[in-house]
Write a protein that binds this ligand. Structure first.
Ligand code: EPZ
Length: 433
């Protein structure tokens, strides 16, 4: 009998209190793949206990690394690698499996990765990754199975990215740190997780300069050593919690969050009428206070430091009850509005044309069964459920568990009423922790 987990959300409860931001998923995914660039032990802390991280652990073990992972800390020792191919089943679990192309190329000069999985939010091409690998001297073969890369030796080069792709920037960095000579990545992504990867690589003895700007300069080194490193807080989980607090008229202090990573979202929340304070105590935390109906606002997603595409979907939930009409332009992915179909079932009013969504704010949403179509769509539906009148059931929550560490635990600790249940045929039982 098919067992299906889902969340039952009782709407209308304000979020109040303190919550800790977890470790950054997208930073961790890049850093975990980088750990195979050395034979020595890497100890990586502040990892979120989420499905994508477990999948990366499994890939590392298949490649031959010794891996121990418990209580948010992973110890990785890739003394000898016994494989340079990532298995299909694991590669398809997540997008970031393709970081092993750059890491295996950097370590062993060859790698094979099936086409990666990841959220169905657009074509998610890899031409810029391939451009980076070929510029460093690798031969890249694509077939129906996936991508393989091979190089007799890697030599530094100038890589001009046609778009500031996060993944292509990261993959080129992974391949370049052990290449002979210098590499310059021009029009590079500037996301916080790219900076975090650069800091990790430098902690291993690499020479990476300029991360966080649009030009990253790498001087190849002959060898990297192990290190201990703590991953930055998750920018997108922090943003999701900020939006959830605003959506419930709450008062929430998010500890461990970095205000500097949240500036684009903070600016929009202030426009909406939400109070955002970085508490000014110098520690890393952000306080969100909100009351009354959100004001309408327009925004378009942009590469960092612009408004993050990963927070577009959660924001549409908040704006679905705003006082007025909001216009959102999704410039990064070509189909990242599928969740609006589900929000429409809850009473939201949206019209979508190409990459533009127009949201006509309604008085309130009404709870009903909805289905997550991808990770951040799931987060948007949870926020909608927190705000809605009545009960919302969110299905296909495996998407949510890929990127949020037991999302209901953190929200319930702030006063939400969310149950994680499993349906087995006609039976419904509380899902185990
Ligand atoms: C990373 O995806 C993140 N994933 C995404 O987060 C995030 O939405 C995205 O960056 C943008 O910030 C991880 O870090 C694992 P891109 P990535 O390469 O690397 C096109 C989440 O919810 N493009 O910057 O795939 C591509 O099609 C996930 O945590 C090319 O055309 O993003 C897309 O339209 C979802 N050619 C755009 O660029 C390429 O070679 C941005 O892609 C590469 C990308």
């Amino acid at each position: 009998m098919q067992k299906e987990a889902f969340l039952r959300i009782h709407g209308g409860f304000r979020l109040e209190g303190e919550v800790f931001a977890g470790g950054g998923k997208n930073a961790a995914l890049a850093i975990l793949s980088a750990a195979i660039l050395t034979e020595e032990l890497c100890v990586i802390e502040n990892l979120p206990m989420i499905d994508d991280i477990f999948a990366m652990r499994d890939i590392l073990q298949v490649l031959g690394a010794k891996v121990e992972f418990s209580k948010n800390v992973m110890r990785i020792e890739a003394r000898t690698l016994r494989a340079h191919a990532v298995p299909d089943a694991l590669a398809h679990k997540l997008r970031a499996s393709y970081y092993f192309l750059g890491a295996l190329l950097g370590r062993t000069q060859e790698g094979i990765v099936p086409f990666p999985g990841g959220c169905a939010i657009g074509s998610r091409l890899m031409d810029q990754h391939i451009k980076g690998f070929e510029a460093l001297g690798a031969h890249v073969y694509e077939d129906s199975e996936g991508i393989s890369v091979k190089a007799s030796s890697l030599r530094g080069s100038v890589v001009y990215l046609d778009i500031p792709s996060v993944g292509a920037t990261i993959n080129t960095m992974l391949a370049a740190v052990l290449a002979a000579g210098s590499t310059e990545i021009v029009n590079a992504g500037k996301e916080p997780h790219i900076v975090d990867l650069a800091n990790f690589l430098n902690a291993m003895g690499a020479s990476v300069r300029g991360a966080g700007t649009d030009t990253i300069r790498i001087k190849g080194v002959p060898k990297l050593h192990g290190c201990s490193y703590a991953v930055i807080p998750d920018q997108i989980e922090t943003g999701t919690l900020m939006i959830a607090a605003a959506a419930t008229g709450g008062d929430v202090l998010i500890r461990g969050a970095l205000p500097t990573h949240m500036e684009a979202l903070t600016a929009k929340l202030l426009e909406i009428g939400v109070r955002v304070d970085d508490t000014g105590t110098g520690e890393d935390s952000i306080r969100i206070r909100s009351e009354g109906r959100p004001r309408r606002v327009n925004f378009k997603t942009q590469p960092y430091p612009g408004f993050p595409t990963d927070l577009q979907q959660p924001m549409t939930a908040l704006l679905s009850v705003a006082d007025g009409v909001s216009v959102i332009q999704e410039t990064i992915f070509e189909s990242r509005f599928r969740h609006l179909e589900e929000l429409r079932r809850m009473g939201g009013k949206f019209t979508v044309k190409d990459r533009i969504a127009v949201i006509e704010g309604v008085e309130h949403l009404t709870g009903c069964p909805v289905t997550a179509t991808d990770l951040r769509a799931g987060a948007a539906l949870v926020i909608a459920g927190l705000m809605a009148q009545g009960v919302t059931e969110v299905h296909d929550i495996h998407y949510i568990d890929r990127g949020y560490e037991f999302i209901e635990r953190k929200l319930n600790a702030l006063g939400a009423k969310i149950e994680r249940l499993e349906r087995i045929g006609p039976l419904e039982i509380a899902a185990g922790d």
